[in-house]
Write a protein that binds this ligand. Structure first.
Ligand code: HEM
Length: 195
């Protein structure tokens, strides 16, 4: 198999692992609305044998995803002599796409950094502390918006690469992305509204 093909597969696989992690993370965060489940879950999650291997898998997937994406981008720009015709309904300029990816990466790194600093025996209190600030709420909503755009675009691309372009699948992807984004956003919005 050609290197480019392998890189595409690695990128899609790493992206799938991260999407699965995101769904898991969002569903676990929804336990915030229960009186005890959130604390119980994070007490389990913060055991060294759970937290660090899981974080290792996420960071490794992120690195594989970025490395493959860069490789594919460089290859494609070398191979393409003439630019693509702009036939998309909504054409987003390439520099804006690059900027959004850098911002998404920054958001993820800042978020992981923040979780490293909290008292892991009081995760619920830490969440309430974070999102009592309107600025923090805005930062997370902006991060979630960029994440939603990235996921929607890339998951549909993966389907097209697999030769699937059905409307049903596209609708399933959009519904999943909306569910994921609203699920994540609900906790900060709830805390901020009740602060
Ligand atoms: C509003 C949305 C989010 C909230 C409230 C939230 C909250 C949290 C909390 C409470 C933890 C665990 C801290 C602990 O170890 O006790 C965590 C960990 C983590 N989150 Fe999020 N998260 C959100 C969105 C995201 C998003 C969108 C991503 C990725 C794109 C993400 C990636 C991670 C990762 C990788 C970890 C593991 C870091 C570690 O173990 O230190 N989170 N998050």
């Amino acid at each position: 198999m050609k290197l480019l093909q392998l890189q595409k597969r690695a990128m899609a696989l790493a992206g799938t692992v991260m999407t699965a992690y995101l769904l898991f993370h969002m569903l676990c965060n929804l336990s915030f609305f229960s009186a005890t489940a959130f604390e119980q879950f994070y007490a389990f999650y913060n055991q060294a044998w759970v937290r660090w291997p899981l974080l290792g898998v996420v960071v490794l997937s992120l690195l594989i995803h970025i490395k493959a994406a860069l490789h594919i981008r460089i290859k494609n720009s070398k191979a393409r002599q003439v630019g693509y015709k702009k036939h998309d309904k909504l054409h987003v300029p390439a520099p804006l796409v690059s900027l959004s990816i850098v911002l998404l990466l920054l958001f993820i790194l800042i978020h992981i950094g923040q979780t490293m600093l909290i008292d892991t025996s009081a995760v619920k209190a830490a969440m309430i502390d974070w999102f009592s600030s309107g600025w923090m709420l805005l930062f997370y909503l902006a991060g979630l918006f960029i994440l939603a755009m990235h996921l929607q675009h890339s998951l549909i691309n993966v389907l097209q690469t697999l030769g699937i372009s059905s409307k049903t699948y596209s609708l399933a992807i959009i519904s999943t992305v909306v569910f994921l984004t609203l699920g994540f956003a609900s906790v900060p919005l709830f805390i901020w509204a009740n602060a």
